[in-house]
Design a protein around this ligand. Structure first.
Ligand code: PDD
Length: 276
């Protein structure tokens, strides 16, 4: 397995990062995950732009444009140029004596790797999900490597036999531990507005675009916990999840079998057409 680290391609076993790297000490870094399907990245520009925006939000100075040239080298070295895979990119603030305030003039630590991953044509996961109050911070728009809240929430979902954990703020569904969340009622598609309480997913943006192409009315409006039983459909979106139908949220059951709602299904098919 190969790793791209600060401009060099190394065997994963010999890639080294200092224990004083702020990514390790503070989770002081930003990451991206993007999917390569049929020999091209799905919305590469949008992912790199989000990486750029997040780095600016936390004042890490790194020119993401160099990655466009470096990613193909990593794909070649990993023998994954032609294969479906997921690319992970991480930029941390760099190595400095441990002090909370940002150090100045240190180079960031930049790391990337690719892992083979075949995303199914249409996500056949009909997800059961759980729900809890969001105990994370209030800057969920920043794709930080500090993911303790997300991993604890997802672990709790998995312990309950669920695929995902939905988050509530003041009883409004915002997003999930590694996905965005959508609802459908009377043909209208609802999702939480892209403010500081959610990560504005690239898949979320693509789905909103597909809704407009398919003439589905969209409201970027959070759905309260009380309204969950009144919704017709619910689904998750994310780079590795794609579009997954939700069959059950805690006690509320949308589908007992493997049926998928009409709007969810239409979006899954439109999404598949984009990938091909
Ligand atoms: N998840 N919200 C959170 C908290 C996330 O971690 C993710 C991404 C999303 C969806 O974003 P996008 O559609 O850009 O992947 C929303 C990881 C990276 C994943 O799904 O693989």
């Amino acid at each position: 397995k190969k790793v791209w680290l600060n401009g060099e391609i190394l065997d994963a076993g010999s890639a080294r990062i200092s224990v004083f790297d702020r990514g390790f000490l503070f989770g002081d870094g930003i990451y991206e995950v993007m999917a390569r399907i049929g020999g091209r990245f799905f919305y590469e520009k949008a992912h790199l732009k989000r990486l750029d925006t997040c780095l600016q939000k936390i004042k890490i100075d790194f020119d993401t444009r160099i990655l466009t040239k470096e990613i193909p080298k990593l794909l070649q070295a990993s023998d994954l140029f032609e294969n479906d895979c997921l690319l992970y990119i991480q930029v941390s603030r760099g190595v400095a004596p441990r002090k909370h305030a940002f150090p100045h003039d240190i180079p960031p630590t930049v790391m990337m790797y690719v892992t083979p991953k075949i995303l199914p044509d249409i996500n056949s996961v009909n997800a059961s999900v759980s729900i809890m109050n969001d105990f994370r911070w209030s800057r969920c728009d920043i794709k930080t490597t500090s993911l303790l809240g997300n991993v604890m929430a997802n672990e709790s979902a998995v312990q309950q036999g669920c695929y995902e954990m939905l988050f509530l703020r003041d009883d409004i569904v915002t997003e999930a531990s590694h996905c965005n969340v959508f609802f459908v009622k009377d043909g209208t598609v609802y999702t939480h507005p892209a403010n500081e309480l959610i990560l504005d997913g690239i898949t979320r943006q693509v789905v909103l675009e597909l809704c407009s192409q398919l003439n589905f009315e969209v409201r970027e409006e959070g759905i309260s916990k009380q309204r969950i039983p009144q919704m017709d459909e619910a689904f998750l979106t994310g780079t590795s999840t794609q579009i997954a139908s939700i069959k059950q949220i805690d006690q509320h059951i949308y589908y007992t079998g493997d049926e998928i709602g009409e709007v969810t299904k239409a979006l899954q098919h439109a999404f598949l057409a984009l990938k091909n």
